[in-house]
Ligand binder design. Structure first.
Ligand code: UT7
Length: 335
């Protein structure tokens, strides 16, 4: 058995910045509400007419990660792509990456686990490397949220939160099993599936049925979220799954050097920070600049923290996420 390690990281966000004040021109909201409840100041939204999509943003992030890992396209054995906003209903974005990077006919899968998508994707890649099946796996988390949000007052509790962007990591084989990804921990609880959901279109509500039975105002075209329920579950599950990872490796919270939470809400991150008694320089948050980019949020934050020299060799790095499904998970890394 081997471990896997993160050998390269990259991210890309579309250049168009949308501030809270910009949103208040589209819907009944305001900068004070958004900052106080979420911590978000601005987010990046793909502009109409741009050729950015989940796949093309993913490629841009991947190329940076590959360069930093000194990996070329021919080295990549497998692609794992996490997104809830794919370019097509099917096929997934993974195969588009295979084509765009000009890779040999390597395998490619898409992960549909929303805010936990990157954790699930890393865990999937890690299993292939651990068993020795693959040596180098490209992992991407990418979201094009802004095309699918209700940007009127009706959708304000969801649409002010989400941003577009992509992050990528190259995972490679690590022979020393005391280093790299030490363990990953995944959970789900489908009884809450409808508490954070986009319901239409789906095979139960496919295009002819939608045209026959639903008008332009049908709310199920847009994301629905019971924000308070999600919040309450998030703070419990974040804490549980971090503890699970620490215990599995005979570690305690005092061993954590850097915690990178999924950027769902600054108040959730701060709650977890207090719960584990972490100092400000032991938690990396960037939700202020990007909003919640779902599967992209952890790799964007991890890349920034690494670029800023906040993660050093030998550090214990903890990643954790919670979101739609509900799904949640953690990754424990000895950097
Ligand atoms: O990443 C996936 C996982 N997602 C999460 O973890 C999100 C977890 N939940 C949250 O982050 C918070 O629940 C929200 C930020 C979504 C909402 O914050 P909240 O403190 O739970 O607010 P609320 O939904 O209880 O709404 C409070 C009030 C309501 O008005 P009334 O009924 O008190 O008059 C809302 O209508 O705020 C109103 N409101 C807004 N006002 C201005 C809701 N959205 C907005 C808005 N601007 N954008």
């Amino acid at each position: 058995m081997y471990n896997s390690k993160i050998s390269g990281l990259g991210y890309y966000v579309p250049e168009n910045v949308v501030t809270n004040d910009d949103l208040s021109k589209m819907m009944d909201t305001n900068d004070a509400w958004i900052q106080e409840r979420t911590g978000i100041k601005e987010r990046h939204w793909i502009k109409d007419g741009s050729d950015d999509t989940a796949a093309t943003m993913g490629i841009k992030a991947a190329k940076i990660a590959m360069e930093r890992a000194t990996v070329t396209a021919k080295d990549i054995d497998f692609i794992v792509f996490a997104t809830l906003s794919p370019d097509y209903y099917f096929p997934g974005c993974g195969v588009m990456i295979q084509e765009m990077l000009g890779l040999d006919t390597v395998g490619a899968i898409d992960i549909r686990n929303q805010c936990s998508g990157f954790i699930y994707a890393i865990s999937t890649a890690d299993q292939f490397i651990k068993t020795g099946m693959y040596k180098t796996v490209l992992v991407i988390g990418s979201e094009f949220h802004s095309g699918g949000l209700d940007k009127t007052t009706k959708g304000r509790n969801v649409s002010v939160i989400f941003g577009d962007g992509a992050g990528a990591a190259i995972l490679t084989r690590e022979e020393d099993t005391s280093k790299g990804i030490l363990s990953t921990h995944l959970h789900s609880e489908g009884k809450f599936a409808k508490e954070l959901i986009v319901e239409f279109p789906s095979i139960n509500h496919w295009i002819p049925e939608i045209i026959a039975n639903h008008g332009k105002e049908e709310p199920s075209y847009y994301p629905y979220m019971d924000g308070q329920l999600v919040f309450k579950n998030a703070i419990v599950r974040f804490s549980e799954v971090i503890n699970e990872g620490l215990e599995k490796n005979n570690l305690t919270a005092s061993d954590i050097n850097m915690f990178i939470p999924h950027q769902a809400n600054l108040r959730i991150s701060q709650f977890v920070q207090r719960r584990f008694k972490l100092a400000d320089n032991q938690v990396y948050n960037n939700i202020m600049k990007y909003g919640n980019t779902t599967a992209a949020s952890i790799p964007i934050a991890l890349t920034e923290a690494w670029e800023q020299g906040k993660i050093k060799k030998g550090d214990l790095v903890v990643l954790a996420a919670f979101g739609s499904g509900f799904t949640w998970g953690s990754v424990i890394i000895r950097w």
